[in-house]
Design a protein around this ligand. Sequence first.
Ligand code: URA
Length: 440
Amino acid sequence: MRMYDLIAKKRDGETLTKEEIEFIIQGFTEGSIPDYQMSAFLMAVYLRGMTDQETAWMTLAMAHSGDMVDLSPIQGVKADKHSTGGVGDKTTLVIAPVVASCGVKIAKMSGRGLGHTGGTVDKMEAVPGCQTSLPRQQFIDQVNRIGISVIGQSGNLAPADKKIYALRDVTATIGCVPLIASSIMSKKLAAGADCILLDVKTGNGAFMKTLDDSIRLAQAMVAIGQHNGRKVAALITDMDTPLGSAVGNSLEVAESMEMLRGGGPEDLRLVCRELAANLLQLAGKGSLEECRAMAQDAIQSGRAFALCKEMFAAQGGDTSVLDEPSRFAQAAHSRQVLADQSGYVAATDTEKIGIASVELGAGRQTKEDVIDFAAGIHLYKKAGDAVEKGEVLATLYANDPARFDAAEKTFRQAYTFSAQPPQTPPLVLARVTEDGVERF
Ligand code: URA
């Protein structure tokens, strides 16, 4: 078999066999297929697409390129949740303890921030002392003991994806359904959970910008899960606006804890409730309505917050910051961004808000960058809100004041205003399961 012929086959729109796909993934992971040939192949896939069968074979080949985590020593149903990436998306920190406190085991491997989007592992590391890299046995023991552990992906989880993703990032081949679906699902299959709820973000801050594309991506991922004996469902949720009011690592941890204590912004509460209820339902805990009530009770009773603190404590974290967010190391500097006109916030370019937070130091611009956990943005005005000239749109936080000018410029570009209130989309736009698509 020659890589040259397989690139030409895909370029010409033909369908590859299982053996051909395995040859490509194995060869690229081992290094016998060079970056330039893989780049050409990825572009051919981007332009020509893949059949569901090809995508399923590619996902499996990528999953098997490294460790397949065996969660069988953990008793009971093991559930996982994955977001395709957003701004202000701190839902894992809320949902994971809610679902675990309802008796479903959470043995979850999360990622770090990517581009303008944040990542759960970075947020967890904002809690002083919290370890996100645990030996496999300690991870399993913790889940058996308290029902929950969230850690980072081990170095050898789907290494093919790591290499392919790095190449896609620099060859304009990210926004492609079979490539995103195989990237996400290879890691999910390798991570071993029985039930997986996907939060597919849609809108200007997401990788998928339109509802139809997001539904296609969700369908592809649900089908891959089904072929591999996992229960998978997806909610399509809005990312035309950042979720909640906080963007940035310790700010987002504080907002998640506020939610677990029964407060928090309305949009975050609704999305978390729906995600938690859908994951509980997938895990066999009852009807969606029963699962919504269960999730609500887990928060109102304080059980979910207590379990969240137990998880952080078990992983070495200083839980005093969870009770009292003012104990987080605070940013040395802040700057208010004031509205320069009255009216309504017509729309926000969510990707730009994410980039502004990265410019403040909340994310990485190069692989080597060290995150400033205190950096970020608190939003006071979001799409649909009325605003008076001179009112505070947001407060920017950073330890390095030299970062403010660029970040404020980017942030201001994200806002457009109108004289009339705009239409804002629903927060949960659709649900995709093995049985089909429900649009809301
Ligand atoms: N997240 C991933 O893990 N992979 C993608 O391709 C896009 C988002």
